[in-house]
Design a protein around this ligand. Structure first.
Ligand SMILES: Cc1cc2nc3c(=O)[nH]c(=O)nc-3n(C[C@H](O)[C@H](O)[C@H](O)COP(=O)(O)OP(=O)(O)OC[C@H]3O[C@@H](n4cnc5c(N)ncnc54)[C@H](O)[C@@H]3O)c2cc1C
Length: 440
């Protein structure tokens, strides 16, 4: 097995049950689900970025960034995602939870208009509506857990260069330090992100809907305690989310900002002084959190909805951002992908118990069919929310304000919204419950 950052080549075996191309948040989570204590599956994960040794140190709060998933961003995990993580290795959620901040309330509002809505954990039976985690920490915990496993081999930095279907399964070319090795597997998982080169090489088409906006992200501090409130604020320039983070070493109240903007405006805010940035943020967000006092490094991500037109072929399944990459405003992309992983892993583990081939097309198609409703609902929600709040027409604006008021006063509307954002929509609840029931 390759040690982190080593320039030696990994001694790959000739055969695996499953090869996962991409060890980002989705590839790593799927590997965790497939390699539980009752699993005898032999799994290879190939990741382009080097995996640093510091990831082994679970107590290291300043985990190093090593892949595009585990970057400077934070992720709002739904309560449903917590349930899925709890079904993985004993102690995994506790390790993750060491650096999460729970979301006790979600405040939805529109800048310059009356009408807002507040949903709280008390509206549910749950301890929290969700949790905010810095991606780098989630990555450290997942990789450290995977490295403990006898049946998982992590090969990084290395690239999956090609995947070919054969009568017996798949043949996967892995490039490491300029050398190409070929391995065989029953199933190859394509989890190499939104710009998936492997998906392109396989000739899988996508539908792309450009939002012509980017997400500017940064960690910000302010003077008032956030008290676990996450904000969704819709402004004329685009939606903005403020996700409450665990306090910093200096005890500042902090949050992860996701600010959707036109590219030219975002370019300006990426480069302007901290003082100007904080002033403009204050103007857009208002003073609910007191005064914004600090901003960390700023990054931007282009926004588009990308959907693969095929997610399953004989011996191949496309997962995560490679299958569907969503607008981040509602914080649904990873949560949806985790439910996909839960559904797929359940089917694969059952197939393995019954000695069925893991790359069987009908098996993979049944995964796609089971997740179709959840995927469609979640994609629609993430796509329509920013569009609804982006429209300036008088009638739409009135409808929006009425909607926010309704959400605030109607327990049924609130429950439906919370269920959706927490990953318990009609399509999603089934996979979480069944996963828990099987103790996976
Ligand atoms: C600004 C922003 C905020 C977000 N906030 C949230 C949120 O709050 N909640 C939520 O649920 N979701 C959120 N998301 C979505 C979430 O980040 C994605 O769903 C998630 O990162 C997808 O992970 P992935 O592993 O599929 O893809 P990626 O993160 O792109 O990972 C792909 C991995 O594959 C590797 N790779 C690429 N090519 C190869 C190859 N040929 N061989 C081997 N490895 C390869 C890459 O190095 C990378 O590590 C947000 C997204 C954005 C942009």
């Amino acid at each position: 097995m390759n040690s982190a950052g080593s320039l030696e080549n990994s001694s790959l075996e000739n055969n695996y049950d499953i090869v996962i191309a991409g060890g980002g948040m989705v590839g790593a989570s799927l590997a965790m689900q497939l390699s539980g204590s009752n699993s005898s599956l032999k799994i290879l994960i190939v990741e382009s970025f080097p995996v640093l040794d510091s990831a082994k140190n679970k107590s290291n709060s300043s985990a190093e960034i090593y892949s595009s998933s585990f970057d400077a961003r934070s992720t709002a995990l739904s309560f449903g995602s917590r349930k899925i993580f709890e079904t993985m290795d004993a102690g995994l959620w506790e390790s993750i939870a060491r650096h999460v901040n729970s979301i006790q309330s979600i405040h939805v509002s529109e800048r310059g208009r009356f009408g807002s809505s507040m949903m709280t954990a008390e509206d549910t039976q749950w301890p929290a509506l969700g949790y905010v985690i810095e991606n780098a920490w989630l990555g450290s915990v997942l990789i450290a857990a995977l490295k403990e496993k006898q049946n998982v081999q992590f090969c990084a930095p290395a690239n999956v260069a090609a995947i070919r279907s054969t009568q017996q399964g798949v043949v996967v070319d892995v490039e490491e330090n300029g050398l190409r090795q070929t391995v065989k597997a029953q199933l190859a998982v394509v989890a190499d992100g939104a710009n998936s080169n492997l998906r392109k090489a396989l000739g899988i088409d996508t539908s792309v809907n450009k939002y012509y906006q980017v997400a500017l992200i940064a960690n910000v501090s302010f003077t008032k305690s956030h008290q676990g409130i996450a904000y969704e604020r819709f402004t004329d320039e685009g939606p903005m989310a403020l996700l409450p983070l665990a306090d910093s070493d200096t005890n500042d109240a902090r949050a992860a900002l996701v600010w959707t903007l036109d590219k030219t405006e975002a370019d300006h805010y990426l480069q302007c002084s901290d003082a100007e940035f904080l002033q403009q943020l204050q103007r857009r967000f208002g003073d609910r959190q007191g005064e914004f006092i600090r901003v960390g490094e700023r990054f931007s991500f282009p926004l588009q909805l990308v959907e693969a037109k095929e997610q399953a072929r004989s011996g191949i399944v496309v997962m995560g951002n490679a299958a569907h990459s969503l607008h981040p405003v509602a914080g649904q992309g990873f949560n949806l992908a985790l439910r996909d992983c839960a559904c797929l892993s359940e089917l694969l583990l059952r197939a393995a118990e019954n000695n069925m081939p893991l790359g069987n097309l009908s098996l993979l198609q049944s995964y796609v069919a089971q997740q179709q409703q959840d995927q469609q609902k979640t994609i629609l929600f993430s796509d329509q929310l920013p569009k609804l709040f982006g429209r300036k027409q008088w009638a739409v604006s009135l409808f929006r304000r009425m909607g926010l008021l309704l959400l605030d006063i109607s327990p049924a509307a609130k429950q439906a919204f919370i269920k959706h954002t927490a990953g318990f929509n009609d399509g999603a609840a089934g996979v979480i419950n069944s996963h828990q029931a099987r103790g996976l």
